[in-house]
Design a protein around this ligand. Structure first.
Ligand SMILES: [Fe+2]
Length: 321
């Protein structure tokens, strides 16, 4: 055992993991995130993240640098293209909301940054100042939501693809020529991303509903009315309480969520009180789907059957009698 590990308060300790809701969410204790983690402890935390999808650390009086160092164990940190950040710490987003700076844009169900070709693996938020009440964050397990669908619906949506766009951030651009040019540059850099409607989690293999009302525009290959109806049903799944964990913040609480498997909603009910959190974001992979061939064949033959039905017995065909 190296000297560093012997000196670490985390050495020779078993972290405790306690589930705090049925579908997602677990609290991890007996770990000190101000200290480097040995590989065994980190592996246990990484496994817990995939299994519980949202992991919560209480009473971690740590620095921004500690938070970033912990985040880097999971992967590279990324810079949000639209959120303000400082030049010294571009990967850090500070949410500091009060009467003069009301919260904006996070009171909608979403996974972070799905307008990117490779949305983040995870997001880590650490609370510094919290209101006396309010300002909770809701999480919904979209793998539990997928499991809760009927076999028929699972089969129907598997193999579909959806188009995602940075649509809420378009409001940040004014209509003057310079701003429009800036917007066009962002459009070139972040063209609409196409992701599977049912994503396969790259570690657990679980299937996840991967469309959200903040960034998903529509479903490829469907007309607008069909797409809106189906997306409405899928968006609604995040609102079902049985799939949710409601997180209450306290100073020095840090939460890391698996952005591949949960959606979240930041409740805007604390205005004009102050709430300050620091966020870092961990780079992820391009989403994929390992839909079994049989499901794809069903989608194809259904489409084919409808086309055949239209040709042979469609409503436009003249009646024979
Ligand atoms: Fe978010």
């Amino acid at each position: 055992m190296s000297e560093a590990i012997v000196d670490s308060p985390n050495a020779d300790q078993n972290i405790q993991i306690r589930r705090v809701a049925a579908a997602c969410g677990a609290e991890i204790s007996d770990v000190d995130l101000s200290q480097p983690l040995d590989n065994e402890t980190f592996d246990a935390i990484e496994t817990a993240l995939v299994e519980h999808e949202v992991i919560v650390f209480r009473d971690q009086d740590i620095s921004t640098e500690d938070q970033k160092a912990f985040g880097r164990r999971f992967g590279d940190l990324t810079v949000h293209p639209f959120a303000p950040s400082s030049e010294e710490a571009p990967e850090l987003i500070v949410f500091d909301n009060d009467a003069d700076n009301p919260p904006w844009g996070t009171d909608v169900w979403h996974s972070d940054e799905t307008f990117r070709e490779a949305p983040p693996l995870g997001t880590m938020l650490r609370a510094l100042i919290v209101p006396e009440y309010g300002g909770d964050t809701l999480f919904a397990s979209m793998s539990a939501a997928y499991d809760g669908l009927s076999d028929r619906m699972q089969q129907f949506i598997s193999g579909l693809e959806a188009v995602h766009d940075f649509k809420p951030f378009r409001n940040l651009f004014d209509s003057d020529p310079a701003s429009r040019e800036k917007l066009r540059a962002f459009e070139d850099r972040y063209p609409p991303a196409v992701h599977p409607v049912v994503r396969t989690h790259p570690v657990s293999g679980r299937k996840v509903i991967f469309v959200n009302p903040q960034f998903t525009l529509g479903i490829k290959g469907m007309d607008d009315a069909e797409s809106r109806a189906l997306l409405g049903l899928l968006f609604h799944q995040a609102e079902i309480p049985e799939y949710q964990y409601r997180h209450q913040w306290a100073p020095h609480t840090m939460v890391l969520w698996d952005n591949r498997s949960v959606q979240h909603y930041a409740i805007h009910d604390y205005y004009p009180n102050r709430r300050k959190l620091e966020r870092i974001t961990i780079k992820g992979d391009k989403p994929y789907s390992d839909v079994p061939t049989v499901a794809l064949e069903v989608v194809r033959s259904r489409k084919g059957a409808r086309a055949i039905s239209h040709d042979a017995h469609g409503g436009h065909a003249p009646k024979q009698e």
